[in-house]
Design a protein around this ligand. Structure first.
Ligand SMILES: Nc1nc2c(c(=O)[nH]1)N[C@H]1C(S)=C(S)[C@@H](COP(=O)(O)O)O[C@H]1N2
Ligand SMILES: [Mo]
Length: 169
């Protein structure tokens, strides 16, 4: 009897902690979905994709980058989710991340960039969430000031704003 109860308890504990949606720790969105992550990922919360609202996305953890940019007058503080951290949370595989914006601009970025430079999916500029008119709600930001080799057209093209979808491939 006790043994049976203990094995039932074990099954309950395993089921709760290993269920697919929570295993990778991908929170469920409660508000408007602003980002869909798809492709070669194994952590999902919505039939093969991982979807986020602003709060659930920021709950992955924010990292700050202070940098000059071609779009700002002075050194600016951006905060957002390290792409490296997102990759770990959704269990992304592959060699590239293709990003698609609301204006359908798209760019494919080698995953090696995210180890080398620590780029973020920025949601905040000087502490405040970025509105759509300010290139929000998500803008890929690199620490351009720290890496002179990034200060060229090829790399500024990776600074995609109004990101709506990420595809790992
Ligand atoms: N959403 C979105 N992001 C974008 C673009 C765009 O058209 N739409 N243009 C990209 C390119 S090609 C470059 S070089 C930089 C700089 O764009 P800008 O010179 O128009 O400011 O933003 C990048 N991010
Ligand atoms: Mo460009």
């Amino acid at each position: 009897m006790i043994a049976r109860f203990r094995s039932t308890l074990l099954i309950i504990v395993l089921t709760c902690c290993l269920s697919p949606a929570s295993a990778a720790g991908i929170p469920m969105p409660e508000g408007q979905v602003i980002l869909t992550v798809t492709g070669a990922i194994d952590g999902t919360n919505d039939s093969g994709t991982a979807v986020f609202d602003l709060a659930s996305f920021e709950s992955l953890g924010l990292t700050e980058i202070r940098t000059d940019t071609p779009w700002t007058d002075s050194t600016t503080s951006f905060e957002g989710v390290l792409v490296h951290d997102l990759i770990a949370r959704v269990g992304a595989a592959g060699t590239n991340m293709r990003a698609i914006a609301w204006d359908d601009y798209t760019i494919s970025i080698p995953l090696s960039d995210f180890d080398t430079y620590g780029a973020i999916l920025a949601t905040r500029r000087n502490g405040d969430p970025m509105q759509v008119r300010d290139k929000g709600p998500i803008w890929i930001i690199y620490p351009w000031s720290d890496f002179p080799e990034l200060q060229n057209e090829e790399n500024y093209a990776k600074a995609i704003w109004q990101v709506r979808e990420l595809i790992f491939e």
